[in-house]
Structures are given as structure tokens and as C-alpha cells.
Write a protein that binds this ligand. Structure first.
Ligand SMILES: C[S@@+](CC[C@H](N)C(=O)[O-])C[C@H]1O[C@@H](n2cnc3c(N)ncnc32)[C@H](O)[C@@H]1O
Length: 322
């Protein structure tokens, strides 16, 4: 598909919600202080996202607002991880410059004096900069890991997994690692999704459904939507209570769907059936589902596959949910 066809590149002259004057604007230091946990602007300054004068340009404005919104939405889950576990392990997959993980390390792990935040990013130079920023600001609980999501060496048990705009299947890599580590909480903001759209291209025409993806633009949009529906259902089938919501107003980011999962059971038979039915109706075979055994002959792929997680204080036994 050509660049011009992508929804993220509106045609010249069309309104682009992320380009409005408000969001082209820089952001002043006092507003940044209102948006972020106390003390964290210094981290973004060390990263170069906020300038020496304490203000930030338009791009940084968007990033700061994304981080601020996300923190507000996941704060109860972060607090829960710290309430349940004496040494919570938090992992940010596809961390990029690590703005989010550094703020979480500062405002949760350092403040509580326990736990560790792992930032996993394949670009070693970004991890080097994040490491320097952490050292400059005196963070001792931030662990940069320059590696791919699938290969990164991190503790086997992660309590909280984040992936903010990890590209395409990188979100699925993060989700798989989160599920395999029995994470209590998972928060995903998916990025571009192309894998399922490619698969839809060869799904045979079906009466009443095929028009949903017969045109390239619709295939891309529907493929992305289906990908996230499948991710949410996988989480639910594995015993997570799932909330799907918008991360920020559309004016801050086009990639804007936030999928939050909280582990409440070992599996969910109803969601397993729904997932099976959906795959029977639209026969795509995404990588994530292949890894989880959904296309294996043995019938119950999602049931209680995760390791037996230490439930920590306050965690009761996990049963199947209906
Ligand atoms: C769009 S950026 C988002 C960065 C950050 N999470 C944020 O929201 O600012 C995606 C990042 O994921 C990293 N990435 C993509 N695939 C990856 C993989 N398989 N393993 C590790 N990092 C990956 C890229 O290098 C990039 O820095």
C-alpha cells in the first residue's frame, strides 16, 4: 500500500487532528509540572524532551500529554502492583526514549523504595541515553535493557507490563511475554497493525462479510480493528478483565486505543468460545494466536498455560471465570 493511502497520512489539505494550532504549540514549564508527577520533569529534561528553559516544543507537548493521560489511566493498576508485591517488577516493552518508564521508576519504584522498572528497547543508543538520564537524576531502580522484546533478559515474573506504541507485532511480542510471565496487569497502546490486513487479503470471499475488507483502505482499518479485538479476547480468554478505551483525545495521537487487562482468573471459557467462533468466521492466523497454540489440534490452548504466579499479598486463588 502506498504512503498516501495510509490513514495516518491524511491527504494534503485534509484536517489532521494532531496538527491543529493548539498541538503545534509548545508547552510551558508550569503546565508540564501540572501534568506529570512531582519531580519527573527533570527526567524529561535529562532526556532532552524538555528544554533547559523548562519548556517543551510541540512534539514533546504531545508526548508529555500521552504519558500524563496514560499514567492517570493506569495509576490504580500501578498502585495495586505495589500493594500486592513487595518487589514489583514493571516492564515497558518498546520503550523508545523511556520517558514513560523513567517517570514510572521515579514516581513509583523510587518513591516506594522498592521494585524495579525494566525498559526494553532494541535501539541501544536510546537505552544508553535513558541510562545516562537515570543516573543524572539519581534513579537506582530503572533497568535499561537493549534487546528485542522476545530476547530480552528480564525477571521471569513481571507484575505489570506496558507497551506504548510498540510497532505492529511488537505489541504481540510484549503481550506474549506478559501472558507467559503471568502479569497481574497489562496495558497496551497498539501502534500500526499490518499483519492481519495482509492475511485478510487471501481470506476467501464470504457472503455478507467480505465487503468489510475487500478494499485496501478498509482492509487496513478492519485488519487493525480485528487485531485489537483478538488481542482483547486473548487476554479475556486467559483470565483477564479487559477494558478498551481511548488513551487521549484524538488531537494528541492518532494511535489511540488503550487495552488494559487485570488478571482475575486462570481462564475464561466464554471468551475462549467467542475467540474460537470469531476465528471460524474470519479465518486469520495471527502470530500471537499461533504462539498460544490456538491452531494446534489439542483443543484448550488458553487454559491455565501461564506459570503459577506468586499471588502476593491480597491475591486470592485464581479460578476459571464464566
Ligand atoms: C513508536 S516507538 C514508541 C516508543 C515509546 N514506547 C513511546 O511511546 O514513546 C516504538 C519503539 O519500539 C521499539 N521496538 C519496535 N519493535 C521492537 C522489538 N521487537 N523489540 C524491542 N524494541 C522494539 C522501536 O525501536 C521504537 O523505539
Amino acid at each position: 500500500m502506498s504512503r498516501r493511502q495510509r490513514p495516518s497520512s491524511p491527504p494534503r489539505g485534509a484536517p489532521n487532528p494532531t496538527n491543529g494550532p493548539r498541538f503545534r504549540a509548545p508547552i510551558a514549564g508550569d503546565e508540564i509540572s501540572r501534568l506529570l508527577p512531582e519531580g519527573s520533569p527533570a527526567l524529561l529534561q535529562a532526556l532532552g524532551i524538555i528544554g533547559r528553559d523548562g519548556n517543551a516544543n510541540a512534539d514533546a507537548n504531545r508526548k508529555i500529554k500521552q504519558v500524563s493521560h496514560l499514567l492517570r489511566l493506569i495509576q490504580p493498576a500501578l498502585d495495586d502492583a505495589f500493594a500486592r508485591h513487595p518487589e514489583p517488577v514493571l516492564v515497558d516493552f518498546g520503550a523508545g526514549r523511556s520517558a514513560l518508564s523513567l517517570v514510572v521508576a521515579h514516581a513509583w519504584a523510587e518513591r516506594h523504595g522498592r521494585g524495579r522498572v525494566y525498559a526494553v528497547e532494541s535501539r541501544a543508543e536510546l537505552m544508553q541515553k535513558a541510562s545516562t538520564a537515570a543516573a543524572q537524576c539519581g534513579l537506582s531502580r530503572f533497568e535499561p535493557v537493549a534487546d528485542t522484546i522476545l530476547d530480552a533478559t528480564i525477571p521471569e515474573r513481571a507484575h505489570f507490563v506496558l507497551a506504548l506504541h510498540a510497532c505492529d507485532v511488537a505489541t504481540d511480542h510484549a503481550l506474549l511475554r506478559a501472558l507467559r510471565s503471568g502479569a497481574d496487569h497489562i496495558a497496551l497502546v497498539p501502534c500500526c497493525q499490518a499483519e492481519v490486513a495482509r492475511m485478510l487479503q487471501v481470506v476467501p470471499a464470504q457472503a455478507g462479510l467480505h465487503e468489510l475488507w475487500s478494499r485496501p483502505w478498509h482492509r487496513r482499518e478492519f485488519g487493525a480493528h480485528l487485531t485489537n479485538v483478538l488481542r482483547a479476547l486473548v487476554l479475556q480468554a486467559q483470565g483477564y478483565q479487559v477494558t478498551v478505551t481511548e488513551l487521549t483525545g484524538w488531537e494528541h495521537a492518532i494511535k489511540n486505543e488503550l487495552i488494559i487487562g487485570r488478571r482475575v482468573a486462570r481462564f475464561h471459557r466464554g471468551a475462549q468460545s467467542e475467540l474460537r467462533a470469531l476465528l471460524a468466521t474470519i479465518p486469520v492466523r495471527p502470530w500471537l494466536l499461533q504462539q498460544l497454540g490456538w491452531f494446534d489440534e489439542s483443543a484448550e490452548p488458553a487454559s491455565d498455560e501461564s506459570p503459577n504466579p506468586d499471588e502476593g499479598q491480597g491475591g486470592g486463588p485464581l479460578d476459571a471465570a464464566d
